[in-house]
Design a protein around this ligand. Structure first.
Ligand SMILES: Cc1cc2nc3c(=O)[nH]c(=O)nc-3n(C[C@H](O)[C@H](O)[C@H](O)COP(=O)(O)OP(=O)(O)OC[C@H]3O[C@@H](n4cnc5c(N)ncnc54)[C@H](O)[C@@H]3O)c2cc1C
Ligand SMILES: NC(=O)c1ccc[n+]([C@@H]2O[C@H](COP(=O)([O-])OP(=O)(O)OC[C@H]3O[C@@H](n4cnc5c(N)ncnc54)[C@H](OP(=O)(O)O)[C@@H]3O)[C@@H](O)[C@H]2O)c1
Length: 246
């Protein structure tokens, strides 16, 4: 059986001029929250495919992806033109190890994301069983502008459902309407993020999942390593688990 199936576009939600959510229906295999699949379109007789993380909970029939229309981007610009009823190819089988079952048991879970990389964390939070593993979860979202803080209604709903969930937005290129100003990295380096949350992590009490801009992922890993945390690997468990988007 082919690993590619047709997905029918159910809806496209535009958050800003460049950020949108694509909701499709397709006969895909079960996946774990945090995993990604591939979307693909034919362009000039060539099939172009790119990875996209699932935003929806694994038990939902509506498959949701949170995308940025990258200026000059080969596939994202085409995906941004889709309308309900159109079809796109989707890889049946999801991939990736950026999932909660790869994270050692711990008291705190820090979910650090930039841009569209908040998506896999929303999937994990939607699934709910995260609360059997962690007492405190902090969802951190770094973006350029206040308008880039998508999914506010969903986050508020999750916080009402799970009072132990903290949400911190970090806006870098204008004064924030809420949360912190600057970059996630500086707020970890000088610990303002932790003070803001009234939660002090230590290697014995905290796990960090870091996703998004590769420079942010690398710099965050370095800062955490300097503070005594280590990379989490199957053979050698640690506290830093990462996924880079490009
Ligand atoms: C595991 C994994 C999961 C991913 N999940 C998502 C997702 O859920 N949503 C999503 O929008 N993208 C996601 N990406 C990125 C995605 O696969 C594509 O790279 C992106 O859509 C650009 O493709 P393109 O063909 O339009 O641009 P290309 O012509 O391939 O240009 C790539 C350039 O676009 C920029 N870029 C790529 N992705 C992003 C991004 N997410 N935010 C800001 N700038 C970016 C970078 O500068 C990169 O060098 C993921 C990538 C990986 C590896
Ligand atoms: N034309 C260009 O020169 C240029 C440059 C970059 C990106 N882009 C494109 O513009 C779009 C922007 O997407 P986006 O805003 O979702 O993604 P983004 O550029 O990754 O920015 C998201 C957030 O991550 C922060 N960030 C970036 N690098 C970081 C680092 N090393 N450490 C910590 N935080 C870091 C940004 O802070 P800052 O605001 O401080 O960067 C911003 O707050 C993408 O398509 C990207 O490819 C264009």
């Amino acid at each position: 059986m082919s690993n590619w199936v047709e997905a029918k576009v159910k809806d496209i939600v535009w958050w800003t001029d460049t950020l949108f959510s694509l909701i499709v229906n397709a006969d895909v295999e079960p996946f774990k929250a945090g995993q990604f699949t591939k979307l693909s379109m034919m362009m000039n007789d060539k099939r172009i495919a790119r990875a996209y993380s699932y935003v929806n909970s694994p038990d939902s029939d509506d498959l949701e992806f949170y995308l940025i229309n990258v200026a000059g981007g080969l596939l994202s610009q085409q995906l941004a033109k889709l309308t309900p009823g159109d079809t796109v190819l989707i890889e049946r089988r999801a991939s990736g190890f950026f999932t909660l079952d790869e994270i050692p048991a711990s008291k705190q879970l820090w979910m650090l994301s930039t841009g569209t990389a908040i998506g896999p964390f929303l999937s994990m939070l939607e699934q709910g069983d995260i609360w059997q593993r962690f007492e405190e979860v902090v969802l951190v979202h770094g973006v350029r502008l206040n308008a880039d803080l998508s999914y506010q209604a969903k986050i508020t709903q999750l916080q009402q459902q799970y009072p132990q969930l903290q949400y911190v937005s970090v806006v870098s290129r204008e004064q924030p309407k809420q949360g912190l100003h600057g970059r996630i990295t500086e707020h970890i380096a000088n610990e303002t993020l932790f003070n803001h949350c009234h939660l002090i992590p230590t290697p014995d009490t905290a796990q960090f999942m870091v996703c998004g801009n590769p420079e942010m992922v690398k710099e965050t890993s370095t800062i955490l390593t300097d503070k005594g945390y280590t990379r989490n690997r199957r053979r050698e468990p640690g506290q830093i688990t990462v996924e880079q988007y490009w």
